[in-house]
Design a protein around this ligand. Structure first.
Ligand SMILES: Nc1ncnc2c1ncn2[C@@H]1O[C@H](COP(=O)(O)OP(=O)(O)O)[C@@H](O)[C@H]1O
Ligand SMILES: [Mg+2]
Length: 257
């Protein structure tokens, strides 16, 4: 049965989407059946996977708004063997409509349980907030990957995320889950400056063995690949960015399986 992993940090621009997309493609190269769920209304993961948002009749917003079965929303990524539950801008309006809905924190969880058996890994790319959509993602998840950018103020806001994780663990008692930290992922390391290495030390002191050994370097190919609608693992397979995400997938799988 598929493991559900949320990629979350309420800070924007830390590498959540880049990690979701490239971990998804890297897991597929290892022969894993992967679903990538985009729950950010900016829909970057959907675009990074080469899916044309304009052509979509329905998106993940329909799952929240009218209980559309997830199966009917799934698209194929353009270049890799990854299924995608796509998002679009209309997801931005979902939060306000959910406020008074019963069981509002469990919508995504209930939906993903119905398709969980079809996958080895279900990755959820979270928005940069701790609103209802992120709560849904975390409640649905077995574990969370927290990307942390190797920059000044990297740890800022993480206490809030950890508090949220504790609140989620309480909610999950209703569906027999306990959200774990899969790992803290250090991203966008600039190997030419000291600050990145200082952040690594700081994060490792705090999170200890929870930090992935694989560190993602800053690599221009990672930033360019999305404009071609490709994971960097397809756009530039031998680049440092690509190789580091493939290493991350192996590290994660060998820890889990
Ligand atoms: N390892 C990397 N090297 C260079 N640029 C990166 C790397 N990872 C992400 N980026 C770029 O940084 C920006 C933010 O990354 P993104 O994954 O969208 O973050 P988030 O989803 O947390 O907002 C994007 O423009 C992305 O292309
Ligand atoms: Mg993002």
């Amino acid at each position: 049965m598929g493991k559900i992993i949320a990629i979350s940090n309420q800070k924007g621009g830390v590498g959540k989407t880049t990690t979701s997309v490239n971990l998804a493609s890297s897991l597929s190269y290892l022969g894993k059946r992967v679903l990538l769920v985009d729950v950010d209304h900016q829909a970057n993961a959907t675009t990074y996977m080469g899916i044309n948002r304009a052509n979509l009749k329905q998106t993940v917003a329909n799952l929240f708004l009218d209980d559309t079965p997830p199966q009917s929303l799934i698209q194929k990524a353009e270049s890799v063997d990854v299924d995608v539950l796509p998002a679009r801008f209309e997801l931005a309006h979902v939060e306000s409509t959910l406020i008074n809905k019963d069981n509002k924190d469990f919508i995504l969880s209930n939906a993903l349980e119905t398709i969980r058996e079809q996958y080895d890994y279900i990755l959820i790319d979270c928005p940069p907030s701790l609103g209802i959509i992120t709560i849904n993602a975390l409640v649905a998840a077995d574990s969370v990957i927290i990307p942390v950018q190797c920059e000044f103020l990297a740890m800022d806001g993480l206490t809030q995320l950890l508090n949220t994780i504790r609140i989620i663990q309480n909610k999950q008692k209703y569906n027999n889950k306990t959200l774990k930290i899969e790992g803290v992922l250090l991203t966008m390391l600039d190997t030419r400056s000291n600050i990145g290495y200082e952040v690594i030390d700081e994060v490792k002191t705090y999170f200890k063995e929870k930090v992935f050994k694989t560190v993602i370097p800053r690599n221009v190919k990672c930033a360019v690949a999305p404009s071609f609608g490709l994971p960097v693992t397809e756009y530039s397979p031998r680049s440092k960015g690509s190789l580091s995400y493939q290493r991350l997938a192996k590290e994660m799988v060998s820890a889990i399986e």
